[in-house]
Design a protein around this ligand. Structure first.
Ligand SMILES: Cc1ncc(COP(=O)(O)O)c(C=O)c1O
Length: 398
């Protein structure tokens, strides 16, 4: 008894956290969590050095648009900073329903539900609709929030090869028609920059009676008329049951949305744990998304500039012999194939004042270790020239 006063049992969870290899490596090499001291558009300062941002998802560059900034401040003055409650209880405001109606109309859907994060919206788009006994067919490269949604649903999951309709067909062979099925894809794959092969995949899904969910976090604002997204790009709005996405990319805010028929959205409002038990998004973030959506429709120059920059940037990388994994969009990976090469390339770019993000296995498939870069409409010609020179320097360091 006396001894127990002096011996202390170690807590296994604390030991596990302290011994974690990935954390030790992160703290040793410091590749992530860089806190910038200043940002104005694509220009930022890191440890006293001026840099060009080349990995933000501010595709249309609206996070520094005067109308968007004005809307943000005005909303906080009018509504305060937080709703401090869930939509179902004390957190609902007219600005929520107004943005939902506006987004639904833009996307050609009956209804929409917004939340505090794209992660939450996209996760709930699956977790709410799939259940034990269902079969989820998932592209193997979908985002972590979609895998979480699948796990929470307790449905059975079958993966098919990335963006591969033939493999989806194989996976579906022998599956009973009676089992409720969901197909989960992204419109634009955030790491690869690939556009979903939606025409073929949606056709197979329809034949098999699959409920189709498409996460368009990186297609919204980038593809389709005025940035309506991947489904609009292919004119396949009637083939996708539920759209989900993020407001933290082209909409220059934070938050997420799920859009579909009124029946589906009302079902989500009744059953989604992520919706019922999480506080509603703040007025400022809604106002930012709403103002950005207006700008997307009234100022086409941002989308035009984004694609002009994307074409120029992709050509530049190809001329340098870099592998961009067949990217078709402003999200452009530079595949180097090993974490050592990625680290050296990333360091060389930093040295030349270009900020990018490393993505290494298991975040990407083995052998596909890459630098994730993304073009913005805000990149000037001068920015792109500097980026080109930095890339050429990094290639020479390999
Ligand atoms: C495909 C995809 N879905 C969802 C999300 C989550 O969005 P958010 O960052 O707004 O939570 C992301 C974020 O990177 C994403 O890439």
């Amino acid at each position: 008894m006396a001894l127990s006063l002096f011996t202390k049992t170690k807590k296994a969870i604390i030991e596990r956290a302290q011994d974690d290899f990935a954390t030790k490596m992160r703290l040793k090499y410091k590749p992530y969590y860089h806190a910038m001291e200043f940002q104005q558009g694509t220009h930022l300062r890191l440890k006293g050095r001026d840099m060009i941002m080349l990995s933000s998802n501010d595709y249309l560059g609206l996070s520094f648009h005067p109308k968007v900034i004005e809307a943000c401040g005005e909303a906080a003055r009018k509504w305060g900073t937080s709703t401090t409650g869930a939509r179902i209880s004390n957190g609902s405001r007219t600005y929520h329903t107004e943005l939902e109606e506006k987004l639904a109309a833009f996307l050609g859907r009956e209804a929409c539900h917004i939340s505090v994060a794209g992660y939450i919206s996209c996760c709930s788009a699956i977790a709410t609709f799939a259940q034990k006994g269902d079969l989820v067919l998932a592209d193997k490269n979908i985002h972590s929030c979609l895998w979480d949604g699948i796990r929470l649903s307790h449905a059975t999951v079958e993966r098919f090869s990335h963006n591969n309709p033939e493999d989806l067909r194989q996976v579906l062979k022998g599956v009973s028609h009676q089992i409720p099925k969901l197909l989960i894809v992204e419109g634009v794959y955030s790491m690869e920059g690939h556009i979903c092969r939606l025409p073929e995949l949606a056709q197979i899904a329809e034949e098999a009676g699959c409920f189709t969910v498409l996460d368009d976090a990186h297609g919204f604002g980038v593809l389709g008329r005025q940035g309506r997204g991947t489904v609009d790009h292919f004119k396949l709005n009637d083939k996708v049951d539920l759209l989900c996405g993020s407001m933290s990319k082209s909409l220059a805010s934070t938050g997420g949305f799920v859009a579909g028929s009124s029946d589906l959205i009302e079902y989500l409002r009744t059953n989604s744990k992520q919706t019922l038990f999480s506080a509603a998004i703040s007025a400022s973030q809604v106002a930012v998304a709403s103002a950005s959506l207006d700008v997307m429709q009234s100022e086409p120059q941002h989308l035009e500039r984004l694609w002009k920059n994307t074409r120029r940037y992709r050509e530049m990388l190809k001329k340098l012999g870099l592998d961009i994994w067949g990217s078709e969009t402003p999200a452009v990976p530079i595949v180097l194939g090993s974490k050592e090469l990625v680290y050296r390339f990333w360091q060389a770019l930093l040295e030349k004042g270009v900020f990018t993000v490393m993505s290494i296995a298991p975040a990407v498939p083995p052998g596909k270790d890459l630098i994730r870069t993304a073009v913005s409409a805000l990149h000037s010609d001068e920015d792109l020239e500097k980026i080109g020179a930095a890339m050429a320097y990094a290639v020479k360091q390999m």
